[in-house]
Design a protein around this ligand. Sequence first.
Ligand SMILES: [Zn+2]
Length: 140
Amino acid sequence: MIKIRLNVMKIIEEELSNRSCEFAMLGVAEKKDKYFLITKVVSCERETANSFTASVPKELQIKILKYCRMNEFIPVVIHSHVHYNYLKFSPIDTEFEQSMVRASVRIGGKSELISILFGNEEFTARRWKNGKELKMFLIL
Ligand SMILES: [Zn+2]
């Protein structure tokens, strides 16, 4: 289960209120007893097209991954698909998330990542752990 801290949810809601363009964020989650708590997010560039990977600077990825490694946090990717009629992670999303996991392992971090996708009315979440994709429930 994934929970999002209130002030972080506010930032996400602000991004979501601008429905005309997609957003991407990176963040960190703390592992609690029975859930993961997302405690921090940083917004990446908004975009005009759907080239999601282009909107997350490599330096920011590495910064977040190092921060997670140091603090035993789990990196989080949050983005939107408001231009689509159905909510589904795309092959580009999967590719991007796996490249981030590989980068994490490369710098000595864990093979783990949480990803959250927001659509117009709904949301979905998943977690990568040691190469496996796990479905996650998200509590707003
Ligand atoms: Zn996407």
